[in-house]
Design a protein around this ligand. Structure first.
Ligand code: ATP
Ligand code: MG
Length: 285
């Protein structure tokens, strides 16, 4: 029988969340990023654990049918694979930074400068498209150190909070790309593998939609019922039920995490009471 092999990061910033996502999609693995491979119990799938750098190539070669990597790694390796889903975790950006005291007006200031990075492909493409010629110096780690030890004038690296830059006396001057965890897929899947991937993506999308939404219940005074319904952008339309108490209704709907606090504020102003907000476990989309 057909089986899907999924490559995920062995240990690092993507590992726990990727395993968690599979688990929430109903795929339990007999615990093990300590192993190199584990087989799922309830779905025809097995996971292999790799360095994230190796995942795009393994997926291109069909050693694994799909993989979970940072979008930065997908862009850098430039492999012949498809990006099939964005997963919303491990968000970061890739930026150019220079020493704190340095002057900087625009990208042209980087002409002829030495830039240290672990992401030469992304950087060269960005600079090339803008007609900038810098000397790109490839380092596999400790990139932030390069300016202070005199081997580069600038760096191009991953930034999340920016605190690593600050503690190395650097300042961010250009954001080149944003990244999040993504699912990549081999381009020559067999029919059975395609069907398994579609099933897996359906489950994953249901998990992601649920985590981005909340179920909301509230009591609304009937004189403001229509206004209350209007501020809740529910899935289709809210469920309305009369309360035993005259003049009041119970309203049930789904709210997106993004609009959540703004909508709650408006609902209170419109006289909504007894507002309950409940996490959704799965949301079938
Ligand atoms: P490996 O040993 O597998 O090669 P690594 O050291 O290259 O691991 P990690 O540091 O674990 O990689 O980061 C994995 C991915 O997580 C990165 O490619 C990036 O997409 C994302 N990432 C990196 N740093 C951060 C951060 N500070 N915040 C959020 N996401 C990040
Ligand atoms: Mg890596």
């Amino acid at each position: 029988m057909e089986k899907l092999r999924v490559a995920i990061q062995k240990s690092g910033r993507l590992s726990d969340k990727s395993l968690e996502l599979l688990k929430e999609a109903g795929i339990s693995l007999n615990n093990g990023s300590r192993k190199l491979r584990s087989v799922a119990q309830s779905f025809p799938l097995e996971v292999i654990y790799l360095r994230d750098d190796d995942i795009p190539q393994y997926v291109e070669d069909g050693v694994a049918q799909i993989g979970i990597v940072g979008e930065n790694e997908y862009a850098e390796k430039n492999c012949a694979v498809d990006l099939v889903e964005r997963l919303g975790y491990s968000r970061c950006r890739l930026s150019i930074a220079i020493p704190k005291g340095g002057s900087y007006d625009n990208l042209k200031d980087l002409n002829g400068k030495r830039i240290a990075t672990s992401y030469p492909v992304i950087l060269e493409k960005y600079l090339g498209e803008r007609g900038i010629k810098s000397d790109v110096h490839v380092l596999s780690g400790s990139v932030e150190l390069a300016p202070s030890i005199g081997i580069a004038d600038a760096i191009f690296d991953i930034v999340s909070s920016g605190s690593t830059l600050i503690s190395n006396g650097l300042k961010e001057v250009e954001t080149v790309m944003h990244s999040e965890a993504v699912i990549i897929s081999n381009r020559n899947l067999k029919e059975g593998e395609k069907a398994l991937l579609a099933d897996l993506l359906f489950r994953i999308r249901s998990v992601l939609a649920a985590s981005n939404n909340k179920y909301i219940l509230l009591n609304a005074p009937n004189h403001n019922l229509q206004k209350i319904i209007d501020v809740i952008p529910g899935m289709k339309s809210p469920t309305i039920m009369p309360l035993a108490q005259e003049g009041w209704s119970s309203v049930h709907s789904v709210l997106s995490e993004k609009t959540f606090w703004a909508v709650i504020g408006q609902l209170r102003e419109l006289g909504a009471q007894g507002i309950l907000v409940i996490p959704i476990e799965k949301m079938i989309v």
